[in-house]
Design a protein around this ligand. Structure first.
Ligand SMILES: [Zn+2]
Ligand SMILES: [Zn+2]
Ligand SMILES: [Zn+2]
Ligand SMILES: [Zn+2]
Length: 282
């Protein structure tokens, strides 16, 4: 194995298969695979992902006991060392050279959002494009990442606030439903006492039961809506969390790797921010 490939292989070992970046607080599971603690617990919280088949490894689908999840300190310290070497998952030493021309990649085509070598930049493909040294656009993109992060953090805060609000409203709603049920029962008992001397009121029984049933039906429907809403909010928070971690990691990379695929990354977060947010009006 040539040294560059070997380095790449080592770096792969310290990448989380879920978020594809450095393992953060790595944990190992029964099958021996390791993930970020946050990524794994995030995945297992998603309804359907865990409930249908019990807990499984996202990589090999082996059944897993969450209580056997253990922090992998040794791996954590390897991650730290690889990080100190300035290596990044998916970015071996080979990645610094143009595959086509064998020259160092140090230019950036603004039109294509691509990293190129000097020979590339003179090729007909980029002839009409503005191709500049990477360092010249580094700050511009660092700033864009910074702005995106600010925006995402604000979104995250909003999402948290919404979730707290939902939780409060759910609690209030539960109390209201209980009160309504109680008062139906009280009314019913009151009438029963009034009619004590007469034969048992069949009609009243039926009426109270019908009233209760309709309250309960409404309760079920509202509960479903609330749960759906809550799941959506949780889902959104999770997406935001992951995006923030991804952008934070990227903004700390060396310029060449910070710029790699930067346009796709910056474009990807826009639709999420623009997505309409559901709220439950009760
Ligand atoms: Zn991860
Ligand atoms: Zn596994
Ligand atoms: Zn080239
Ligand atoms: Zn170009």
């Amino acid at each position: 194995m040539d040294p560059a490939a070997l380095v790449e292989a080592v770096v792969e070992e310290v990448a989380c298969p879920i978020c594809m970046t450095y393992l953060r607080e790595p944990v190992s599971i029964d099958c021996g695979h390791s993930f970020c603690h946050g990524c794994l617990s995030g995945l297992w919280e998603v309804p359907g992902e865990s409930q249908n088949w019990g807990y499984t490894c996202p990589l090999c689908r082996a059944p897993v006991q969450p209580r056997n999840l253990r922090p992998n300190w040794q791996l954590a310290s390897v991650v730290e060392k690889v990080r100190l070497l300035g290596l990044h998952p998916g970015m071996g030493l080979k990645g610094n050279v143009c595959e086509l021309h064998g020259e160092q990649l140090k230019m950036f085509c603004k039109e294509d959002g691509l990293i190129t070598c000097e020979a590339c930049s003179r090729s007909p493909e980029h002839e009409a494009h503005s191709v500049v040294p990477m360092e010249d656009v580094a700050w511009e993109y660092k700033w864009k990442l910074h702005e995106a992060l600010e925006h995402l953090r604000k979104e995250q805060e909003e999402a948290w606030k919404l979730e707290v609000g939902e939780r409060k409203r759910t609690a209030t709603w539960k109390m209201q439903v209980e009160t309504r049920k109680q008062s139906i029962m009280w009314e019913f008992e009151k009438y029963q006492r009034l009619l004590k001397k007469k034969p048992p009121g069949r009609q009243l029984d039926v009426e109270a039961a019908t009233a209760l049933a309709s309250v309960e039906q409404e309760e079920r429907e509202t509960r479903q809506k609330l749960e759906l809403n809550h799941d959506t909010l949780i889902q959104q928070s999770r997406v935001l969390c992951r995006l923030i971690a991804e952008l934070e990691e990227r903004s700390q990379r060396p310029v060449r790797w910070m710029l790699q695929g930067i346009r796709e990354v910056l474009n990807r977060y826009v639709p999420i921010l623009g997505a309409p947010r559901q709220t439950w009006e009760g």
